[in-house]
Design a protein around this ligand. Sequence first.
Ligand SMILES: NC(=O)CC[C@H](N)C(=O)O
Length: 230
Amino acid sequence: MKFGVITFPGSNCDADMIYVLESLFNQKVERLWHKDTDLKGVDFVILPGGFSYGDYLRSGAIANYSPIMTEVVKHAEKGGYVMGICNGFQILCESKLLPGTLLHNNNQKFICKNIHLKADNNASIVNAHIDTKQALKIPIAHGEGRYFASEETIAELNANNQIIFRYCDENGDITEESNPNGSLENIAGVCNAGKNVFGMMPHPERAADAELGNVDGALIFESILGLIKA
Ligand SMILES: NC(=O)CC[C@H](N)C(=O)O
């Protein structure tokens, strides 16, 4: 399987993501630029975190108009895998590849800290191999991470197992206190109905290398790689 990591002007987690995929998981990675007009044969496209276009207007709003997004949408519509982390998640909501939106955190502050999350189900490749009782410690770093969608959309996401991760406490309990930003129903990540497009606010690529003292995020990469044959 070949991954593609897109760099937008203002991306700042692209190099971390490439490092994790290449150096820790031995995967082939194509570096994609936001002005590219083809995806260079990649199977799995990743939109990394950062501050594309300086977060002007709304996080992700301008990056959605980068030339490469036309190809990302085509890839997703054909069933190809696409995943957005943090700013990447925001861009995928702007492009409507994912339902809902990400509002300013309820305390109106940028929050950078470790939180806990857990897999809500095992219905898609990003959580297929993760114990739904296990609380994973993974950092967040965002100002606009409060997941919001209409009541009907939230009901649909629940019914179709499209909520991939929820914020919880270190024991795995989903509580108001363990919700860092006011996201509806403690939602930390969602996928589309086809379960081939994913978005999450926490940064698994920042918790994948033992050198950093936390490898809980590696489980998400392991889940992805466990089900797809190279
Ligand atoms: N780490 C990131 O990707 C930051 C996301 C976004 N720019 C925000 O602050 O909400």
